[in-house]
Design a protein around this ligand. Structure first.
Ligand SMILES: Nc1ncnc2c1ncn2[C@@H]1O[C@H](COP(=O)(O)OP(=O)(O)OP(=O)(O)O)[C@@H](O)[C@H]1O
Length: 642
């Protein structure tokens, strides 16, 4: 049979030694029933210190419980152990791990000055035995359980660091070494906010359910990477923009899209200067009479607001075969117009040969969403009016829904260029903005773009009164009615101030939810960096003319740790493919915690007890060695890896 002996120093090679004859006699009763010479040790015991399956069918050998062992062999010094004839040649070749940092152990009370009583020595011995089996520290059993049943949300609350109160256990335990509670570098960890406070599993006003959020973001990324279909017959490049894709159907059979009285098409394109994706709105057959008409675009380019699609630049081009005006805007992947999102009729459906009436894309807009739209648009208008501009195009086909319940006014600045020759008083234009805003509210409430016009007006008010609170009607009427020269957006914001506060609360909740989501993803970059380093180090065929470089010295520890993380097997010898275990180990390694683990050689003849901090030092030193050897001309070779 064999024992694991506790090393004298914190981190040392541990030999699996054969017991002496005396020890055999003392352990006779236990040894009779065992077939240690032929039976393999359970690796869970070797790695975790305990095996969950011990009494549940695990076929491997489990050492006896500590209290069943009356005596344990004294731990020999690591050097002596390594020179012992009981080691295999392979084990002797294994490098001895020399800790680079002193072990941080503190005695809870100073050792007794007078020689301890025999009774005390007995207890002390028993305690040593206990520690050998409970190694690495009191509480390790719980830790082993924790490691076997990894809970990704709990791996930061490490029981190893919980205050250990020896007095509560036994008076004699006060002499046992107590591991000082090390303050973890908590800033290195993700602390997931309890879902009670910030839940990503439920919908919030602006942020969908966590899974849906990922689908949304993946969809955007996919949208950005879509290649143009062949046969579009579009210019290859215009003013530094390439890879044009029309965002609306430009087939000859469908009605051409209009922007006021002009034909207009929107394209997605990539800017070759900054590599960014932009939305290009092209106005066909436009002749620019005055270069000064672009001054409005310059003014718009300075307006940045979350409710306004950012204006980038404008130019004219003949690349389409005509004289076109093109204005470049920030591109919002997967954006929909308010019309498409809420008012567009779905094609008539047929069932059993019966034709059903076309239905709006969505039924009634919920009041909360409606208020959110009103507040967002009011905020955008306020920003633009404060900048001395007017939007001049507030329409359900020009307001984009760019995310969940998020609106942005698009096409800003175009009308200013198109109407440059017929200047108008900006104050009147701003009043007109409010009227257009009112029409939009009518359209959204009733599902009819013509809701506020002519004979529809009264009926629309009735519908509005039936579906929404009276406040909505008040706001809509305030906007469409002529209120005199002093009517302005500020007055509207006063009327809806309570809604603005609700909106702000929702926006702040959205940032909390997003922060929480981001925290969950924050670990990825650091883990990828670590995995890259492993990739550079492990199995490197040769370095510095040393074919065994990756197998010796610090690298040997890295190799064993790699086995510990990725190559564990269960009691049946099947691979343990537990991502939580991998993530936990890598996170602890990245943080360099003082928690210690036992690394077992592949031949199972030797093992090393090392802390994550030590392994981190090994990884860093091996990687630095490689990095130093990179050519001097390639100074950035390791940039970003650290
Ligand atoms: N900045 C942008 N980012 C992403 N998509 C955009 C952007 N601007 C417009 N789009 C998309 O381009 C498409 C065409 O926009 P457009 O403003 O022409 O709407 P429309 O519904 O075609 O209006 P109209 O019928 O008046 O032409 C819409 O699907 C819109 O979502």
């Amino acid at each position: 049979m064999s024992f694991f002996t506790r090393p004298q120093s914190a981190n040392a090679a541990i030999r699996i030694v054969a017991p002496t004859t005396t020890e055999d006699e003392q352990l006779k009763s236990a040894a009779v029933s065992r077939k240690d010479s032929v039976q393999r040790h359970c690796r869970n015991i070797m790695i975790y210190g305990s095996c969950k399956f011990e009494n549940k069918g695990c076929v491997y050998y489990h050492p006896p419980a500590p209290d069943a062992v009356p005596f344990a062999p004294r731990a020999e010094s690591p050097a002596k152990q390594l020179s012992s004839p009981s080691l295999t040649a392979k084990a002797v070749n294994a490098p001895v791990f020399v800790p680079k940092l002193p072990m941080r152990i503190q005695m809870s009370t100073p050792p007794p000055e007078t020689p301890p009583s025999p009774e005390y020595q007995d207890e002390q011995q028993q305690q040593e035995v206990y520690e050998e089996y409970a190694y690495p520290a009191p509480g390790a059993e719980g830790q082993a359980d924790q490691m076997q049943e990894m809970d990704p949300n709990n791996f930061y609350s490490d029981s190893h660091y919980d205050a250990y109160d020896p007095e509560a256990e036994n008076a004699y335990f006060t002499q046992a070494p107590v591991f000082v509670r090390q303050p973890l570098n908590y800033h290195l960890y993700t602390s997931v906010i309890p879902s009670t406070f910030v839940s990503s599993t439920t919908d919030t006003h602006f942020i969908p359910h966590s899974a849906d959020l990922r689908i949304l973001l993946q969809g955007r990324s996919e949208d950005l990477l879509t290649a143009p279909p062949p046969g579009l017959n579009l210019p290859e490049e215009i003013q530094g923009y390439h890879t044009l894709i029309p965002l609306e159907n430009i087939g000859g059979t469908t009605e051409r899209r209009k922007f006021g009285n002009w034909n207009s098409t929107v394209y997605r394109a990539i800017n070759s200067v900054d590599g960014g994706t932009y939305a290009l709105r092209r106005i066909e057959n436009f002749r620019l009479n005055h270069q000064a008409a672009f001054s409005a675009i310059e003014a718009w380019a300075n307006i940045r607001h979350p409710g306004v699609v950012a204006v980038h630049e404008a130019f004219t081009t003949h690349a389409f075969g005509d004289s076109s005006l093109v204005v470049a805007y920030a591109y919002h992947p997967k954006a929909q117009t308010l019309f498409d999102a809420h008012l567009k009729l779905t094609p008539p459906a047929y069932q059993h040969g019966t034709r059903f009436q076309p239905q709006p894309a969505q039924t009634q807009i919920p009041e909360r969403t409606l208020w959110s739209y009103i507040v967002q648009l009011a905020g955008a208008i306020k920003r633009v009016h404060d900048a001395g501009q007017a939007l001049r195009m507030i329409d359900v086909t020009k307001v984009l829904v760019t995310s969940k319940n998020r609106l942005r006014v698009s096409s800003c600045g175009i009308v200013d260029v198109l109407m440059y020759d017929t200047p108008q008083d900006v104050h009147l234009l701003q009043q007109e903005d409010l009227t257009m805003f009112g029409r939009l509210v009518f359209a959204l409430c009733t599902g009819n773009v013509m809701a506020s016009s002519g004979g529809n007006f009264q009926k629309s008010l009735e519908v509005m009164g039936r579906l929404y609170t009276p406040e909505v009607k008040t706001v809509a009427l305030f906007l469409v009615n002529k209120g005199g020269p002093h009517k302005n957006i500020g007055q509207l914001l006063e009327i809806i101030s309570s809604r603005v506060i609700a909106e702000m609360a929702d926006a702040l909740t959205a940032t909390d939810v997003l922060e929480n989501e981001l925290m969950g993803e924050l670990e990825n970059a650091r883990l990828v960096r670590l995995l890259c380093k492993f990739g550079f180090i492990n199995e490197r065929p040769e370095f510095a003319r040393e074919p065994r470089w990756s197998e010796t010295g610090d690298r040997y520890i890295v190799k064993l740790f790699r086995d510990y993380v990725f190559h564990q097997v269960d009691e049946n010898g099947n691979p343990v493919v537990n991502l939580s275990h991998v993530l936990t180990c890598l996170s602890k390694l990245d943080a360099g915690t003082d928690e210690r683990i036992m690394l077992v050689a592949r031949d199972e003849q030797s093992c090393l007890v090392v802390s994550y901090k030590d392994i981190k030092t090994c990884v860093e030193s091996a990687f630095s060695e490689l990095a130093r050897a990179t050519t001097s001309g390639n100074n950035n070779a390791t940039g970003g890896y650290r």
